[in-house]
Design a protein around this ligand. Structure first.
Ligand code: PAF
Length: 323
């Protein structure tokens, strides 16, 4: 909601001992169900902000893409029709192109590397630069390393991807990578994915274990391959219509709530990963756990070449050098 509108429409006046305090109700949108790593992050955000602000700010969660796809929600932040969003970084590159570097396949070595980069100088610079796109980056959170699912066959080498129609996020680096690896990438907003898999419009999709579990993809996909082809960050974003005009102390509450959200989400990613493979097998999925990543990495090289041709490799080198 627009800041002015949200204050006018959703503000209530709390009168405590003669002191009147405007109470502001904020919308928080995210694409997954409440029982998910994003849902845990949303609860932590809501509880922390409400506690720190002593109820001055209240948060209403809108899970399961109720406010639209990730791209729609980000646009909503820019115009003030949405207050807060937890989203993957997938569509963010369409708004803040420098974050596209994070989508390069096999860039991050492991979770420690990815979290270290995002919580360190590079990640903080990226969060600050989002101001230029009318977005307030509060904290990097997590989606996880992405893996492939499909309805056709077990995939353990790039040749198995040949001609497979794979839904990708609306992200040029992901599309280029899947094309280079031999698949037929089909970009699609998240709210359409389950039906597209069910109806066979696409054969497969790729997402981290917590997403595959939250979306119950075993209902529409038979095969999972733990390709771990790219680390997928998530981010807690706010609308400038909400943050601008707040005192420094109030802004600090939002950053603290976002840090609590990221911690809760990362903890749930770890828990979901620990039980994911067993869960998928219980639901009848065929899981390829031992995937030789080297041939996939080699096949995806053209995505790196295109990226470097357009953007140079300075950020890549800084990320790779991070210990
Ligand atoms: O695949 C996507 O679009 C994203 O990973 C998802 C599932 C919406 C989570 O941010």
């Amino acid at each position: 909601m627009k800041y002015v509108a949200s204050l006018a429409a959703a503000a209530a006046i709390l009168v405590t001992g003669g002191v009147a305090t405007a109470q502001q109700e904020l919308s928080l949108g995210y694409p997954l169900a409440q029982d998910s790593h994003y849902g845990d992050g949303a609860v932590a955000f809501r509880e922390t902000l409400e506690r720190l602000s002593d109820g001055k700010f209240t948060v209403v969660e809108h899970p399961s893409s109720a406010l639209g796809g990730e791209r729609d929600m980000i646009e909503g932040l820019q115009i003030g029709s949405v207050d807060l969003v937890i989203t993957s970084s997938g569509p963010l590159g369409n708004f803040a192109p420098e974050v596209l570097v994070l989508d390069l396949p096999f860039l991050f070595r492991d979770y420690e590397h990815a979290r270290g980069v995002l919580d360190g100088e590079i990640g903080q610079e990226m969060l600050e630069n989002m101001r230029d796109q009318d977005l307030v980056g509060l904290a990097w959170s997590e989606n996880g390393f992405r893996h492939l699912t499909n309805s056709q066959r077990a995939v353990d080498a790039p040749e198995d991807l040949d001609g497979l129609k794979v839904r990708t996020m609306e992200n040029q680096v992901h599309m280029r990578a899947f094309e280079a690896m031999g698949a037929a990438p089909t970009p699609m907003a998240w709210p359409e994915v389950y039906t597209a898999l069910q109806q066979g419009t696409v054969d497969g999709q790729e997402n981290p274990i917590p997403v595959i579990a939250a979306a119950k993809f075993w209902e529409v996909q038979d095969h999972v391959s733990l390709t771990g082809h790219v680390y997928s960050p998530a981010i807690v974003l706010a609308s400038p219509f909400v943050i601008d005009g707040l005192s420094e102390e109030e802004q600090g509450w939002f950053y603290e709530a976002a840090a609590a959200s990221a911690a809760a989400t990362r903890a749930r990613v770890e828990a979901d990963e620990a039980r994911g493979i067993e869960l998928f097998r219980e639901h009848g999925m065929d899981v390829v756990t031992e995937v030789d990543k080297a041939p996939f990495q080699e096949a995806a090289a053209p995505a790196w070449e295109s990226f470097i041709a357009d953007n140079g490799d300075e950020l890549i080198q800084r990320i790779q050098a991070f210990e």
